[in-house]
Design a protein around this ligand. Structure first.
Ligand SMILES: Nc1nc2[nH]cc(C(=O)O)c2c(=O)[nH]1
Ligand code: SF4
Ligand SMILES: [Mg+2]
Length: 237
């Protein structure tokens, strides 16, 4: 089996509940979606990056693990595009007792379930309608898949947090509908965090909007946090 990696680098985790922690990032090539705020557009083409055999990719990861690595984040692109390869690479890392982390848009429950056994920390990202991830007629189906990924992670007792990227285009009523839908199927104790992540450099949300979005989540989950992407502020990848 082959895998296309766009890049591999060590940095400070810039997103989510583990922000500020040293992490090795394995960025998979390929994502067919179209979020208007995507900050890794170079990695979207399926033929971007470099192709490796699994053995070569594992060797590359091993070389990068040498400089004290505490966890490995599979990101993209979307790692579920190459789910079979990601499962093999993540197993290789777990065998070394290093925690693995999946950074995906959770668009397909079958692909997600294939990778999940080899992942310790899962970010469940719910896309807003205004993200342009998919056109609006496919949005309901996307959210159904993401919900199933969330339920599956809870059943598997993973470390889980929910992330929603918001912009000045995010509609309060749509956000509220999404949050209500999430907490209809889960309880606050099922997750380890809820992150509202503002877009950076494009259609940035106002403080007023961020606070209104916060107030929508708070009644369901009092530890909700607004966390911008830390790495953008320290000039790190
Ligand atoms: N420092 C840093 N942290 C990140 N967390 C998630 C990232 C991503 O691109 O998915 C990312 C990234 O690209 N860089
Ligand atoms: S899902 Fe992620 S990688 Fe794909 S277009 Fe959206 S932000 Fe970019
Ligand atoms: Mg990034």
């Amino acid at each position: 089996m082959k895998v296309r990696l766009f890049e591999i680098f060590t940095s400070v985790e810039g997103e989510g509940i583990l922000y500020g922690t040293k992490t090795l990032f394995v960025r998979l090539a390929g994502c067919p979606f179209t979020c208007f705020y995507c900050d890794t557009k170079e990695s979207l083409p399926l033929d971007s990056g470099t192709e490796y055999t699994i053995e070569e990719a594992n060797q590359l990861i091993d070389t990068n693990l040498k400089s004290q690595t505490y966890k490995v984040n599979f990101t993209g692109g979307d790692p579920l595009i190459q789910h079979q390869a990601v499962a093999l690479l993540a197993k290789h890392i777990q065998d070394k007792k290093i925690p693995t982390y999946l950074e995906s848009s959770c668009f397909d429950i079958d692909r997600f379930n294939h990778v999940l056994p080899f992942i310790d920390i899962v970010k469940i990202e719910f896309k807003t309608k205004d993200s342009d991830f998919v056109d609006s007629k496919h949005y309901k189906k996307l959210i159904a898949h993401t919900m199933k990924c969330l339920e599956s992670s809870i059943q598997a007792k993973k470390i889980i947090y929910i992330k929603i990227v918001v912009s000045s285009k995010t509609k309060l009523y749509e956000f509220k509908e999404l949050v209500n839908q999430i907490f209809e199927i889960i309880s606050k104790d099922d997750i380890d965090g809820f992150i509202i992540q503002p877009t950076y450099g494009v259609s940035e949300p106002s403080l007023e909007l961020l606070l209104n979005l916060y107030d929508i989540v708070y009644p369901h989950y009092i530890d909700v946090k607004v966390v911008p992407q830390l790495h953008k502020f320290i000039g790190a990848p």
